[in-house]
Design a protein around this ligand. Structure first.
Ligand SMILES: Cc1ncc(COP(=O)(O)O)c(C=O)c1O
Length: 438
């Protein structure tokens, strides 16, 4: 979301004039000794409490009813490499795909993504050469819409994969740029993947439009092992009654004649327990078969009792939606608090723009160019921890040093009020300092 440079310069000059007042307020804030954290997108303790009942959903009695000793469905034993059928059906409903296109694994979708990339590096995809063996000049490249999810970029960097940043717009990635990279006659073969958080994107909250989904599906890639990593982490995480709708990547790829193009990921980390949920990957029959063959080398089977526990507690999509409404009731006031303070303190002054998401876990803030790192530093010195500036870009470097990810889910409403006021104050100070340098 581009800022109007002229209006920023004007307003930062204005802000510079009132700097002494700002600094006095900042010093007062420092004296209050705040200890707040708006950095990571974690569920709050109250959200976690919503799922406590899951621990009683599978006691010894329920286990007897659900597991038949000596039978194939004895979930206390090895088996069901692709997940128990009930859990595959549950995750399929969340991901809006058929159950047989889903593998339910253990606790983390990020681990599944890591494994997908890792296997492509060592063993290759669809019969193509392993990426790690590609000669210099043909090494793999990932397209990274940014601001984006820092852990996608960290995992990609970890494998030495080159990342090319593409701007995020209000309806998804800049598709003209994506097409120019993926379809490039010269370099298109090297482009092996694109990271997407298609619904309530981390951190912008954007949901991709149908046009963007269809353009991604229809990309004319010269690489048979080019894949869309469709990290649908916030598939059911609406804040209001009317959530955003996301067009099906499976349908789009099928209709575009690229059925093996997609991997969809999801987990219950932000539905039940973060880090103790169940995670899933969905894809075409050929891809699921390929993953399953490799998975068989990695594990004898997943934690089926946790899968069963989830099914008994959440039951079906209706149950998931009812549960997510309880999350939304806790989250709405938090997002509203941050958005209100930002509007009151920074609105209409050209000091920044921010997103007003309909779901997900984040608000994305774009301040004046060249101020984000300073804002994060000022906040830290007054006791409010924010996500490191730059973290939302590949390599941790925001070329404009302007984006900050705000995570309002964990702190209480009172803490968010204080933290957001301090944040706004720090934005004003950083803008004034910048104006003084101009
Ligand atoms: C976009 C996105 N994907 C994946 C994850 C991690 O999911 P999991 O806990 O299933 O590994 C997160 C967590 O913040 C996220 O924001």
């Amino acid at each position: 979301m581009p800022l109007l440079q002229e209006s920023i310069q004007e307003s930062t000059k204005e802000a510079h004039k009132i700097q002494p007042g700002l600094l006095a307020s900042y010093r007062k804030a420092q004296e209050r000794g705040l200890k707040l954290n708006m950095a990571r997108g974690k569920p709050s303790p109250e959200q976690l409490d919503l799922s406590s009942g899951m621990l009683n959903a599978l006691g010894p009695d329920e286990l007897v009813g659900a597991c038949h000793a000596g039978q194939a469905d004895d979930r206390r034993n090895y088996g069901d490499l692709l997940g128990i059928p009930e859990a595959r059906a549950l995750m399929a409903a969340i991901m809006e795909v058929p159950p047989d296109s889903v593998i339910v694994a253990n606790n983390s979708s990020l681990s599944i993504m890591y494994d997908l990339v890792s296997r492509a590096m060592t063993h290759g995809l669809a019969g193509e050469a392993p990426w790690a063996r590609l000669p210099e000049g043909e090494r793999p490249v990932f397209v990274c819409p940014a601001p984006g999810y820092d852990r996608h970029f960290a995992a990609t960097a970890h494998f030495g994969i080159e990342m090319i940043t593409v701007a995020m717009r209000d309806d998804g990635p800049d598709m003209d740029h994506v097409e120019s990279l993926v379809e490039s006659k010269e370099h298109g073969r090297r482009v092996k993947g694109i990271w997407c958080v298609p619904k309530y994107s981390n951190p912008t909250g954007v949901t991709y439009s149908e046009e963007v989904v269809r353009r991604l599906a229809a990309l004319k890639s010269p690489a048979r092992d080019f894949r869309i990593y469709w990290d649908n982490a916030y598939a059911v995480h609406d804040l209001g009654e009317q959530g955003d709708t996301l067009f099906s990547i499976k349908q789009a790829c099928d209709e575009a004649g690229n059925p093996d193009r997609w991997y969809q990921l999801a987990s219950t980390s932000k539905i039940t327990f973060a880090g103790a949920g169940i995670a899933a990957v969905a894809s075409s029959p050929a891809n699921i078969d390929e993953i399953a063959r490799q998975l068989a080398m990695r594990t004898i089977g997943p934690d089926k009792l946790n899968q069963l526990r989830h099914v008994m507690f959440l039951r079906d999509l209706k149950g998931v939606r009812a549960h997510m409404r309880r999350h939304a009731e806790l989250l709405r006031p938090k997002f509203e608090t941050v958005l209100r303070v930002l509007a009151e303190e920074l609105g209409g002054q050209g000091l920044g723009e921010w997103t007003r998401p309909n779901g997900g876990y984040f608000i994305s803030f774009d301040g004046p160019v060249g101020t984000a790192r300073r804002v994060v530093e000022l906040c830290a010195d007054a006791g409010v921890v924010l996500t490191a500036a730059g973290a939302t870009y590949p390599g941790g470097v925001d070329p404009h040093d302007k984006n900050i990810r705000i995570a309002p889910t964990y702190p209480s409403v009172e803490e968010l009020e204080q933290a957001s006021c301090l944040f706004a104050l720090c934005v004003k100070i950083a803008a004034a300092e910048k104006a003084a340098r101009l």
